[in-house]
Design a protein around this ligand. Sequence first.
Ligand code: SF4
Ligand code: SF4
Length: 165
Amino acid sequence: MKEIIEQLPERARQNQSENKKFFTKLRKKPPKVLDYLMQELHTEEFKKTDCLECANCCKTTGPLFTNSDIERISKHFRLRPQRFIERYLRLDEDNDYVLQELPCAFLGDDHYCSIYEVRPKACREFPHTDRKKFHQISHLTLKNVAVCPAAFNIVEEMKKRLKLR
Ligand code: SF4
Ligand code: SF4
């Protein structure tokens, strides 16, 4: 897995132009089977890819924290939300709360998340490959394929399975 993760940014860069064209076509005319196909591809991929061997998202990007994430996680730590923010978060250029430091402070050496039950919504949903109307997040997916080996494989499989004009 280490080698796969190391090679991922370069492989994503090589495929970037092809991926951009593919998603432009996908946005123009999303096929009716898209939601169904994404569920299938996502399930197939995550049978093969074990996030505990990877954790690259937790190490290199981290999630956005919504207000309800902050409330839930602060409660878990019995901290006031403001105290939690001061300890772990910062505002990014879009005025969203993100982690102060990477890798994520809640990631263990064994790649387990110490706040798994209350983790941010964005962590639960990453890499968003099973969401409905997947074509609507193509800008995000173009970035995620450089971080997430599963997202990379899913997009490659999409290109094989969907012959778009
Ligand atoms: S909160 Fe948990 S799942 Fe989310 S980035 Fe941190 S370690 Fe990963
Ligand atoms: S979601 Fe993707 S980047 Fe994150 S741990 Fe799983 S395979 Fe790795």
